[in-house]
Write a protein that binds this ligand. Sequence first.
Ligand code: FE2
Length: 188
Amino acid sequence: MVTENLREKSLLLIDQYIKNENLKKHLLATEALMRSLAKKFNQDEEIWGITGLLHDLDWEITKETPEKHPFIAVEILEKEGFPEEIIEAIRKHNHIHNLIPETLLEKALYSCEEITGLIVAVALVMPNKKLAEVTVDKIMSKFKEYSFARGVNREIIMKCEEFLGIKVEELAEICLKSMQSISDQLSL
Ligand SMILES: [Fe+2]
């Protein structure tokens, strides 16, 4: 598979399998974050970005059978001939299955994607509901307020310290900047 076509092909799959606009935005935000992390760790930005972009491809198909998430996505991506490293990282990212992420890419996806949801939630409580108003301090204070955005798993996010050697605060900063850079696509 030619790498230049990967993103185009990924977007077509997303259109095919995902109807919910907020889920599409979560995928775009995760892509942006993964690209920034790839840059930071001198890794392949395209591979990391596509991994983020596709990681919840089967979310809607597995709504009634969450134990199948992300294994249906894995089947689809295998059939489509996506690179093995992308598929493996996606396969291991759902912590409910207790699969151990091993490569840096696997560890990054596993520990990082949840923070995008926290940042969206923080943006939505700002006066104009804009990412431009969000600060790292604000994210960190909401990170510590467990009753805020309860669905966001703080324990998984904290894994970035062990897995990637970066503090949650640094992850928050990288993620905020990444999301701000595509704020028009995120409508935030
Ligand atoms: Fe996700």
